[in-house]
Design a protein. Sequence first.
Length: 246
Amino acid sequence: MHAERSADLRTPAESAAHVLRRLEETPLRAEPFPHLVVPDALPSDLYARAVAHWPTFEALALLQMDSLPRRYQMVLTDRNLRDMEPEAAAAWREVRDSLFGPETLARLAPRFPSLAAKLETPVGARPAMVYARLVEDHAGHAMLPHTDVFGTFLSMLLYMPPDGRRPDLGTALYRPRDPSFTADIGRSTERFPREDFELTGTAPFLPNHLLAYAPSDRSFHGVEPVKAPCTRRFLILFAVMDTRGP
């Protein structure tokens, strides 16, 4: 555990430095694809502030994609932050900007070959666009294996449960049963049959734990079916390529 300055003394830049340090010093896990599971991802007091300011259920919007049941979200746009109470807005802005800043991609590229390759493309030279949202899943949610969009440089999931009693609710990590199978770059939102994959592990749904990976044609992950009554709260952040024209 790292010694931390109090919230009154620490600046947002120091919070961002804490996150970068944790991303760089956490051992990389190679299987089933390169990823990081980062404990203590945020400074502990910032994490506590964010948990305390989780939005009310009424403030969340239903996100209905395909057949996904009971997933709700709030996108952390500047506009939505302005609509929050000042203390909540300050906490979530600091969380968002600490998880991803101007140095993040360059500092993580040596750890993720697919990220390094994307940064070498002409589109990769543009500043990344950030899409961050608070997500709340209710019992019944599940997601088949998929890779994330290939136009994404980096994906992060910050788990925010009230306690550590349900680590099994984290993100499932999969390996194709056919070792030669890869996802088609032209259909990078496609979800695949669960029976075609082996579950190799689960990034644990524990407080202030962060899953980070660079999407590739083999970054298969999802959510195993949730049967017991439960709620999954997490922040998901995508740093995506700016593919708009000049």
